[in-house]
Design a protein around this ligand. Structure first.
Ligand code: SF4
Length: 467
């Protein structure tokens, strides 16, 4: 029996999210304005999930009879073998920890998307690098393989064969989710019911490590039942990039949750065209309380250039309206900084986001992630040599219309205009039905003009001069 250390280090600077975020590259939300700083602190409290891959690795090593210690702290822990979860946004910190652990005589390896696609960043700082989804290699190591150098780890085809993550070893303390109706804090745990994505969006890092596979509905229900037996108030965050791809499987899971009487709430991420009224109602009846979905850009031409299938606006509006009626929170994801974007088109995007009327919106700056087709396309334009800046909120390439500073300002504007519009106060007060009154929209318009004085004073000056 060996002592295995699994290190999922707490990221430095800003709100750092690793694991399944940005396909495993992670993101860092620093907060550079009043609204984004507020948003950063909200995320710190409400989205602080444990790492699902660390949960799986803990399970594999513990089931093979090893002692497993999971750490998030910088303090070194004695052990025979340490595995460090890597991210792009905090890789120097992860390398430092690994090098220090190695000095103490611990054999150290790296796992994760950056270790797989940018092994050169890590190879001098550890003894081995696991390339690919880590479970297959972890099973071999747990049963006696001595890892060295480059350790290939093929994606497991039959996901049902994996033992469930061991949250009792990860000990997720202080993670919570606020249910908007009861304002009750609930234990939130992540789950993967499928991996990767069969869509072909060229900028997306979710699909570059392995092909799409899904677990059976029975296997998912078994895991949910096990979680419910451990936690009284449970909120499951389904981290699949495209949960509702197989509609029938989702219906069977929803029906199974009710049949088994599982007391839980959950949220998922998906594409809006993989949703319909019957499916949303069925999922809501089984505990669905939030849906996160990508819009990216309202411009069909921009979407076509990045191979993202367009979703009709009307369909998205209908689904969001239904969610408002049922009390399901919706979060729409948007990306600014596509090559065709200008400050004017970003303003259009903000108006579209407000008009689409999701509960929340998450805005990011286009990031060329290594391993994606988009990275190859933008490589000649990349002018940032610090990988830690590839955090989802920094412009890392020469853009025809935006500088990094302007992109950052526009990002701040997206958040402040979306969240600080007066009609939004009614949404948060549970009075969404009044939020579309014409006079309230006029106040929104007025507040936007007022905000512009702070956000883009040069533009206000230009407008005054032109007038
Ligand atoms: S649909 Fe979403 S997860 Fe799938 S490839 Fe496109 S952006 Fe990635």
């Amino acid at each position: 029996m060996s002592r295995i250390i699994l290190a999922d280090l707490k990221g430095r600077g800003g709100y750092v999210n690793k694991d399944t975020v940005a396909g495993g590259y992670g993101s860092r939300f620093s907060g550079h304005s009043f609204v984004t700083r507020f948003e950063k602190n909200v995320r710190r409290v409400l989205q602080n999930l444990p790492s699902i891959h660390i949960g799986y690795l803990a399970s594999i090593f513990a089931n093979a009879g090893h002692e497993v210690v999971v750490t998030r702290s910088d303090a070194l822990v004695d052990g025979d073998l340490a595995i460090v979860l890597t991210s792009l946004v905090d890789y120097r910190h992860e390398r430092e920890w690994a090098a220090a652990a190695r000095k103490r005589g611990t054999k150290v390896g790296f796992v994760g998307t950056p270790a797989t696609h940018l092994p050169e960043l890590f190879q001098m700082f550890g003894d081995f690098i696991i390339s690919g989804e880590p479970e297959a290699a972890a099973i071999r190591i747990a049963h006696g393989e001595d890892p060295n150098g480059f350790v290939s780890s093929a994606a497991i085809e039959e996901l049902d064969s994996l033992a469930f993550p061991r949250w009792d070893l990860v000990k997720p303390r202080g993670f919570g989710y606020t249910n908007r109706k009861t304002f009750g804090l609930t234990r939130a745990l992540p789950m993967l019911t499928s991996r990767s994505c069969p869509e072909k969006c060229t900028y997306c890092p979710h699909r570059i490590t392995a092909k799409f596979r899904a677990r059976s509905d029975e296997n998912v229900l078994e895991e949910l039942a096990e979680l419910c037996s451990h936690y009284d108030r449970l909120h499951v965050v389904i981290r699949d990039p495209l949960y509702t791809l197989d509609r029938e499987r989702c219906l069977r899971i929803s029906e199974g949750i009710q049949r088994r009487g599982l007391k839980l709430t959950y949220e998922c991420e998906t594409r809006m065209d993989d949703l319909d009224e019957e499916l949303i109602r069925a999922m809501h009846a089984s505990g669905l309380r939030a849906i996160n979905f990508g819009v990216e850009s309202p411009d069909p031409l921009v979407l076509r250039r990045v191979a993202r299938r367009f979703i009709p606006y009307e369909h998205m509006r209908r689904m969001i309206n239904l969610c408002w009626k049922l009390g399901i929170t919706t979060t729409a994801f948007y990306v600014i900084g596509f090559l065709q974007d200008t400050e004017e088109s970003i303003e259009e995007l903000i108006r579209f986001a407000v008009d689409l009327d999701s509960t929340f919106a998450n805005f990011k700056i286009l990031t060329p992630y290594p391993g994606t087709p988009q990275f190859k396309q933008l490589q000649p334009l990349i002018n940032d040599d610090d990988w830690q800046h590839f955090d989802g909120y920094t412009l890392n390439f020469r853009h025809p219309a935006l500088t990094p500073r302007r992109a950052r300002l526009m990002l701040g504007m997206c958040y402040s205009r979306f969240f600080l519009r007066p009609s939004n106060i009614l949404n948060f007060a549970g009075m969404h039905r009044y939020a579309h009154l014409p006079w309230l929209k006029k106040i929104d318009e007025w507040s936007w003009r007022w905000q512009e004085h702070f956000e883009r004073p040069w533009l206000v000056e230009r407008k005054v001069t032109t007038a």
